[in-house]
Write a protein that binds this ligand. Structure first.
Ligand code: BTN
Length: 330
């Protein structure tokens, strides 16, 4: 009901709407209207009230509140339910707990800052306010061995969203980063709970440096990171961006479920940061050097070594993402 009142005020923005009108339109008592208006104010909405005129929405918080993100979101599954709080240890951790409780496919977990954001290979992911730190619960019906492809599905969706919404020239660095020039703007961490032949759930964690200033980050991260705000020279509407990302992710995910990996593979190849580069890849315990020449039908990276040997670098194993391979620019 709170959201219905909010959406009503949004539609009537610029005019006062009387408590009586809200109460008649939505079928709740005047006292109920007042209670929900106060609760919206506590969330950070500025709602002016004038006796005899009623209520007018005059300001909205710059927070990824479900009430904000859901407004105008027309997805079928992704983001139908959104869990938000001001601070979380890690949205992936929270999403896994919710998935263990049985929360459905498409459930989104988002926060303003993470106190212990998880990166790949046990690294920490710095997650100050201003970023978009989110996780999506998926319950695909396919075999666990296909799960690593979801990382690439997400990378395609992020790259496209940043291109369309922020006009940034995004590239996909295999397998899970989105780059602008030679700097990382987004990282993806895919985690899975599965049995041998059945996925219980996948948690897809996406971290987008939206309105983040990377200057205070440690030099080894700062020098290789960027953000939308830094690229554009001004902040972006995170709410609109998250809405666009959820919409784009659903489109790309449904395409993958419907038509398989080939269309995704084509998009990755077209927007690849990695292909054509000389790379050094950790393969098991060895380092392999060569040219990244292709992405195969399973999403693996094909590297041609100096001796002309083709090496297939596959994604990480069940449970954790990309444990077996790391790629470096030479
Ligand atoms: C990487 O590049 O190492 C992956 C980074 C993934 C970060 C995101 S932020 C939202 C989600 N929650 C986490 O704890 N990690 C992922």
């Amino acid at each position: 009901m709170k959201n219905r009142i909010l959406y009503f005020l949004k539609e009537e923005r610029g005019t006062y709407v009387s408590g009586e009108e809200i109460s008649n339109r939505l079928g709740i008592s005047r006292a109920g209207v007042w209670k929900h208006i106060n609760s919206l104010r506590e969330e950070g909405y500025e709602i002016d009230s004038k006796s005899r005129l009623g209520y007018m929405l005059i300001g909205e918080p710059d927070l990824l509140l479900p009430s904000q993100v859901s407004y105008g979101l027309s997805t079928e599954v992704i983001g139908k339910v959104i869990h938000h709080s001001m601070e979380m240890v890690s949205t992936n951790r929270e999403a896994r707990a919710l998935a263990d409780e049985g929360k459905p496919e498409g459930t989104v977990v988002v926060t303003e800052r993470q106190t212990d954001g998880k990166g790949r290979l046990g690294r920490t992911w710095l997650s100050p306010p201003g970023g978009i730190w989110l996780s999506v619960i998926l319950r695909p019906g396919f075999q666990p061995l296909h799960a690593p492809k979801l990382t690439l599905v997400a990378a395609v969706a992020v790259a496209k969203t940043l291109r369309e919404e922020a006009h940034l020239d995004t590239k996909i660095k295999w397998p899970n980063d989105v780059y602008i020039g030679s700097r990382k703007i987004c990282g993806i961490l895919t985690e899975m709970s599965a049995e041998l032949d059945r996925i219980n759930y996948v948690v897809l964690g996406i971290g987008v440096n939206a309105n983040v200033d990377v200057a205070p980050f440690p030099p080894e991260i700062r020098d290789r990171a960027t953000s939308i705000m830094m690229e554009l020279g001004k902040p972006i509407s995170r709410v609109a961006l998250l809405r666009a990302l959820l919409t784009q992710f659903e489109r790309t995910y449904f395409l993958f479920l419907r038509e398989g990996f080939e269309p995704i593979r084509q998009e990755i190849k077209a927007d690849s940061y990695t292909l054509g580069r000389w790379v050094k890849v950790r393969h098991g315990k060895k380092d392999i050097e060569g040219e990244a020449v292709d992405i195969d039908k399973d999403g693996a990276l094909l590297v041609r070594t100096i001796e002309g040997r083709m090496v297939t670098i596959v994604s990480g194993d069940v449970g954790e993402e990309q444990k077996t391979s790391t790629i470096y620019n030479a």
